[in-house]
Design a protein around this ligand. Sequence first.
Ligand SMILES: Cc1ncc(COP(=O)(O)O)c(C=O)c1O
Length: 361
Amino acid sequence: MNLVGQNIYKLETPELIIDLDVVDANFNTVSNAYKDSHLKMRTHTKNLKSPFLARQQVNAGGSNGGVCTAKVSEAEIMVESGFDNILIANQVVSNDKIERLCSLAKIADMKVGIDNVDNLQNLSKFAYKHNVILGVLVEINTSMFRCGVRSSKDAVELAKLANKLPNIEFKGVMSHQSISGSPTEQERWEIGKSYIDILLDAKKTIEEAGIDIKIVSTGETFTFDIVLEYPEITEVQGGTYALMDVNYPYMPFDIAARVMSSVIDINISLDLITLDSGSKCIAAPNFAKPILEGQDAELIDMRLDYSVYKVSDVNKYELGQKLFLLTTHQDGLINRWDKFVGYRKDEVQGVWDILGRGCHH
Ligand SMILES: Cc1ncc(COP(=O)(O)O)c(C=O)c1O
């Protein structure tokens, strides 16, 4: 069904709707900050999962034209959609996935994070077998203890090996970090800088060993402006900033993605309303509750196909009324949907496939 031109309030619910004016504003904020700067955005597509949207940042400016992905399968979607400069900002370990990475390297500039000698040797072995070059960035653990080498000394050892191994091109270093809660502006800067300093110490140590570094890739949304203070950083892995979620009210980006829902039941005596959206269409990772936008309401229960909110003024709701759920994590939200409805000023502009949805490998 052609939805273009329809008012979003006429759509069936639940529906994932994305405000394209807000996406533009978020991308322009990045463009204005980075376009005349020494560093550029490499949008992380693990939460967007849409080559169409990722392309808008490239068009807006301030981007290096490439993207990050978390998975090989996401990288396949991005390459298929015309991106030819990809950083898989994670480790690719299994032989099967390394072979797929090598296939991509025949048609695109493929880079991947490394933190382990055996893995690096395996990457080289398969790259040699397939006659391709794989770019590698040593991942430095700065705080998350997820992946990444734990010291600058280990970083140098890996960089030296990468420099020697056939069909491997050592490109540089990368890191990713997070901050919890709602930090003050001062805390955000102090914590952000302390993480970046760890990354830059590794960079310096590698260079002191006589190895050239071309890429220093770091980041996320919360250090988007802090990185500008560091001339050494070449690119930023921003993800959440594009569609935003409720956890970053202190950053200069606005929420673009919502799940539009309808009220399907009103319980006057208990001050409860029931909506037609549940955990099948909006994710609630780490028990963080989706927010009912603009309402004085608290989530009481969320099941697969509905959710129940306790509201302060139950009399103001009516059956069929459209309300909007905001996520606390886009990755899970977007990954629940095949398509999104893009709109401007309440009017549908188009319906786009979320091509990277379900790319778990
Ligand atoms: C390696 C890596 N880089 C960048 C990002 C993007 O971070 P954010 O969504 O906070 O912008 C993530 C998100 O998880 C990540 O895992």
